[in-house]
Design a protein around this ligand. Structure first.
Ligand code: CA
Length: 230
C-alpha cells in the first residue's frame, strides 16, 4: 500500500484531499502543522508528501528543506501564492511538483499518480501486475501492493524497490552492488551488505519458508536472483 502524507492546516482542504486519495486506494496520513508533519514522517513509511506552503509552526519551505536533508520522498507543494517566485523557490528547495490553490482534487490526484510513477519508475516495470505460483504471490507494481496467499503484505518503499528489480529481471543474477544501483541509484550511501537486510525482510514477508526461499534465491559468492515461476 502507498502511504501519502497530507500536510495542510485548513481542515476542509485536508479532508477533501484525504477523501479523494483514499478513494484511489492510497493510505492517507494527515498533519495540520509543520512540526506534526515531521513527526508523522518519522513514524510512518511515507511514499509521497503533499505539502502546503503556508503552515503554522514550521512553514512548508522549512518542512521541505528538512525532509530533503534526509529523504528523497517525492513532494508536491500546495501554494496559494500565485507568483512564480514561490513556485521557483519550492522547486529549488527540493519539491518535485507544485499545485496552485484553488485546485481541482482530480487534478491533484492525477499529479500524485504521475509523480509516483516518475519517482518509482526504475522499480516500476512495464507490466503492472505480476502473478507468481498460480497467485500465491501477486505484485501490483503501480499500486506498490504485494499479496501473499490473498493477504496484503506490508513492505517499506526500499524493500519494494529491491523486490521490483529482481522480479522485473527473472533469472538474472545481481551482485549486491548492482542491486543497490538498480534499486536506489548512484547516490545511495549505505553499505553493500545493507542489501542483505532488505532481502532478509522481503523473504520473511513473501516466502513460505524464508530459510528455503523459492522466490529470492542466493547465488553464493555473487548475489541474488529471482527464481519464482510465472
Ligand atoms: Ca495553509
Amino acid at each position: 500500500m502507498i502511504n501519502i502524507l497530507v500536510v495542510e492546516d485548513e481542515k476542509n482542504i485536508r479532508d477533501v484531499i484525504k477523501a479523494y486519495l483514499s478513494k484511489e486506494g492510497y493510505k492517507v496520513f494527515t498533519a495540520q502543522d509543520g512540526e506534526r508533519a515531521l513527526e508523522v514522517f518519522e513514524d510512518q513509511d511515507i511514499h509521497l508528501v503533499i505539502l502546503d506552503l503556508m503552515l503554522p509552526k514550521l512553514s512548508g519551505e522549512e518542512v521541505c528543506t528538512y525532509l530533503r536533508a534526509k529523504s528523497d520522498v517525492p513532494i508536491i507543494m500546495l501554494t496559494a501564492k500565485v507568483d512564480e517566485d514561490a513556485k521557483i523557490e519550492g522547486l529549488a528547495i527540493g519539491a518535485d511538483d507544485y499545485v496552485t490553490k484553488p485546485f481541482s482534487p482530480r487534478v491533484l490526484v492525477s499529479r500524485v499518480k504521475a509523480l509516483l510513477r516518475r519517482s518509482y519508475r526504475d522499480s516500476n516495470p512495464l507490466a503492472e501486475k505480476f502473478i507468481f505460483n498460480n497467485g500465491d504471490l501477486v505484485v501490483d507494481a503501480d499500486k506498490m501492493l504485494v499479496m501473499k496467499n490473498g493477504q496484503n503484505v506490508d513492505m517499506t518503499a526500499s524493500e519494494f524497490k529491491v523486490l521490483m528489480v529482481l522480479l522485473s529481471n527473472p533469472g538474472q543474477v545481481f551482485s549486491r552492488e548492482q542491486l543497490i544501483q538498480s534499486a536506489f541509484g548512484h547516490d545511495y550511501d549505505g553499505f553493500d551488505r545493507t542489501i542483505d537486510t532488505y532481502i532478509k525482510n522481503i523473504r520473511r514477508k513473501i516466502e513460505e519458508n524464508p530459510k528455503r526461499p523459492k522466490y529470492i534465491l542466493t547465488i553464493y559468492g555473487i548475489g541474488y536472483k529471482y527464481g519464482g515461476s510465472k
